[in-house]
Ligand binder design. Structure first.
Ligand code: CIR
Length: 322
C-alpha cells in the first residue's frame, strides 16, 4: 500500500525474548490522567527557553484532551483524574511516571531530577486499581515517554532520560515480553550527518515517542526526518518478527509523517487521537487517509500545541489501562 514504508536494515540490537503467552494487545478500557499544576506555565521544563506558555490555554487544551480520551475509551467514567501537585510543574505528563502492560505497572524513576517526586501518587492509584507494582533501583532511570508498547512487545529508547539500567529493569519487569533497546543518542549522531549531507536541519529528540507512536495494529507513525528514519531502521532490525514472518508480510509498517509533532498519536480500540488538522495539515491528511484505508474509526482531533511548548506530545498526558 502507498503508506507502507518498510525499513529493514540496521543498527544496534539488544533484546531479550522469553515467551509470548497472554499478551494484552491494544485494547484498553481505562486511562489515568493528571491535572495541570498551577506552576506549569512558569516552571515546566522546556527545551526551547524562548517559549512562553499560557496557563489558561494549557488547562483548556488538557480538558479537551481528557474529553477526547473518554470518547476513545467509550465512557467518561473510563478516565480517572489524579490531582495535580503544584510542587511538580511537569506532573501533567503522567506517561513518564509508569509503564503499564496488562496487570503489571513498572513505576519509573524519571530522568529529570525535578520530576522525581511525580511517580508516588501515580503508584498509589495504580495499586488501588489492582495493578502489581514493580519498582526500580535508584541507579536505573526511565521515562515512560521512552517506552513503546506495540501490542506484543516493548521498545525502549536509550535517551538523556532513560539509561541502560532502566531498560534492563523494564525487560525484567515484563518477563513474558520481548524488549528491545533503541540507542537514540547514537542514532541521532548518524542522523545529524545524514541531515548535514542533505542540507536539512537536524533535531534531537527528548523521548523515543517524541518522534513515533503506534497508530494502528502493526503500524508506527514516524517523523519523516533523518532521525525518524534512523530510528525506524533500528526498530525494524530489533523487532521480534522472525525473518520468515517478515517475508510473509508480518512486519511492522511505518507511516512516515512530515511533522514530528504529528507522529505522536494515542491509539486504542481501533481509533486514535491526533493533533488537530490545522496544526499539521499535511500530516493530518496522511493520518486520515491511513485511518480510512485501514478500516479504523475516524480519528479524534485535539489541539495540544500549548502543552507541546513544554515538549509534551499526546501520549505524554495519559496512561492507558486494560
Ligand atoms: C519534560 O521535559 O520532562 C517535560 N517538559 C515534557 C515531558 C514530555 N513527556 C513525554 O514525552 N512522555
Amino acid at each position: 500500500m502507498w503508506w507502507r514504508a518498510i525499513v529493514s536494515q540496521g543498527a544496534m540490537r539488544w533484546s531479550r525474548c522469553l515467551f509470548s503467552a497472554g499478551k494484552p494487545g491494544l485494547q484498553f478500557s481505562k486511562a489515568l490522567v493528571r491535572d495541570v499544576a498551577s506552576t506549569f506555565a512558569e516552571a515546566a521544563i522546556r527545551s526551547n527557553a524562548a517559549h512562553t506558555i499560557s496557563q489558561e490555554l494549557v488547562v483548556a487544551q488538557h480538558a479537551a484532551y481528557t474529553k477526547a480520551l473518554s470518547e476513545l475509551l467509550g465512557s467518561v467514567h473510563a478516565v480517572r483524574r489524579l490531582d495535580a501537585d503544584n510542587a511538580q510543574p511537569d506532573c501533567v505528563f503522567i506517561e513518564d511516571t509508569a509503564v503499564v502492560v496488562g496487570n503489571t505497572a513498572l513505576i519509573c524513576n524519571p530522568g529529570a531530577r525535578s520530576r522525581q517526586g511525580e511517580p508516588r501518587p501515580v503508584a498509589t492509584a495504580l495499586e488501588d486499581m489492582g495493578k502489581h507494582i514493580v519498582r526500580l533501583s535508584a541507579r536505573a532511570t526511565i521515562d515512560g515517554g521512552d517506552v513503546l508498547w506495540t501490542g506484543s512487545e516493548l521498545l525502549v529508547g536509550l535517551s538523556s532520560r532513560t539509561n541502560a539500567e532502566g531498560a534492563m529493569a523494564l525487560a525484567r519487569a515484563f518477563p513474558g515480553v520481548r524488549t528491545s533497546a533503541i540507542p537514540l543518542g547514537r542514532l541521532s549522531k548518524a542522523a545529524r550527518r545524514t541531515a548535514q549531507r542533505a542540507g536539512a536541519p537536524h533535531q534531537d529528540t527528548l523521548h523515543l515517542k517524541s518522534i513515533l507512536s503506534i497508530v494502528g495494529p502493526g503500524t508506527l507513525a514516524v517523523a519523516d526526518t533523518a532521525l525518524g528514519r534512523e530510528v525506524a531502521y533500528a526498530i525494524q532490525d530489533a523487532v521480534a518478527v522472525p525473518r520468515a514472518a517478515r517475508r510473509a508480510g508480518g512486519e511492522l509498517a511505518f507511516l512516515l509523517l512530515p511533522d514530528a509533532q504529528a507522529a505522536n498519536v494515542v491509539y486504542a480500540n481501533g481509533r486514535f487521537v491526533m493533533q488537530a488538522s490545522h496544526l499539521y495539515p499535511q500530516s493530518a491528511e496522511v493520518l486520515h487517509r491511513y485511518a480510512q484505508e485501514s478500516g479504523l474509526a475516524p480519528p479524534l482531533e485535539v489541539d495540544c500545541s500549548e502543552l507541546a511548548k513544554a515538549d509534551g506530545a499526546l501520549t505524554c498526558c495519559s496512561i492507558l489501562l486494560l
